[in-house]
Design a protein around this ligand. Sequence first.
Ligand code: GDP
Length: 424
Amino acid sequence: MKNCAIVGINWGDEGKGRMVDLLTQDYDIVVRYQGGGNAGHTVVNEKGKFALHLLPSGIFRDGVVNILGNGVALDAENLWKEMQDVAAKGVTLTPENLKISERASLLLPWHRDLDALEEQRLADKKYGSTKQGIAPFYSDKYQKKTVLAGELFYPDELMAHLRDLMEWKDLTLTRVYGAQPYSMETLEAWLTEYADKIKPFVCDTGAFLRQAQRENKSILFEAQLGALRDLDFGIYPYTTSSNTTAAYAPIGAGLPSLRLTDVVGVVKAYSTCVGEGPFVCEMSGAEAEALREAGAEYGAKTGRPRRVGPIDLVATRYGAQVQGATKLALTKLDVLGYLERIPVCTRYRVKGTETDAFPFPTELERAEPVIEYMEGWGCDISGARRWEELPAAAQRYVLAIEEAVGCPIRYVSVGPERESIILR
Ligand code: GDP
């Protein structure tokens, strides 16, 4: 059986969506296994341009079954809006091509409120949350204080459960933050407006996946964000609240017995980072502005300008290692065409000593980038479809990254469109 995870090697926004969109042609099933609607995958194909937040990127391929696994933060409100958006652009969604795990926990309305209230309390010490409720959601999940999607099929028990949770949550809202409490009327309205809409798609996806495994179906696992945002291995506490690493795919997807055969790590040809936290290779001024403009680096979900910098080989090597990447996809190489010479962060300097190793989070705050320059190619390469069509300087850039990271680069992406790809 062929199965593969497509994961981010850096801080997210590497272009995973375009890689999943490309590779779904070889797979029967695509599963999103962690995270929520707090980041976006941009996909450009013959149906249009889409910013997906929760829907798996395989949704555009006929015959592919798309699954939201138990590991995701199931935000019914955002998901329903997203489903309507893609349906309006001609994408068919049915319980046959979209399945939601009955074991996925529901992101409840107060999670978003609590996210915003806590960021407000933190003021200038904020984490840079997208305020989609992800951190409060995951903490409640691990406290066993949220609701499983499958509970929608048991309305009496669900209402009693929600009432208990509301009473508990109202204590925090009113006493800690001085905010308004919830009422059962508000929750009932939310259930009718959003949760009931996604109910027809909720089923036992674990049983479906085990059957698919027996039938040797091929499965693609789609992650959100990147290795450096992983809760356990990233730049804690500026991480997300779930595991973005490939190792979590079998659990979060609902097929815990699975062994991944391939892990495609997606790396951007330069660095970007949204939100707060240490970003060692960060550029500033006109240099940063030029790169941000060239790469259109504004968040798919929030529209926030992304922080930018040169490729960071220290972070990328670490990211590839924690992901267990078996091959890499290098994206947005075309964006660097405007540069005469390309900066590369080859090492860090920590307390006066140069290092190749990715430091512990506290040390990271003190690390400085060691920048070297490579010759640019100074032309538009977005039309290249074969390795030989890339200028020699672009080839050298790709090979230098491959060598430094220690993992083969099998895909080089030179544009957002499905066909703008070079296979090596
Ligand atoms: P994801 O969350 O990892 O899927 O990444 P995003 O969708 O947030 O960001 C990637 C952005 O880059 C999207 O707007 C893509 O359409 C775009 N993109 C992906 N690959 C390429 C590429 O090779 N070249 C260019 N110019 N844009 C790309």
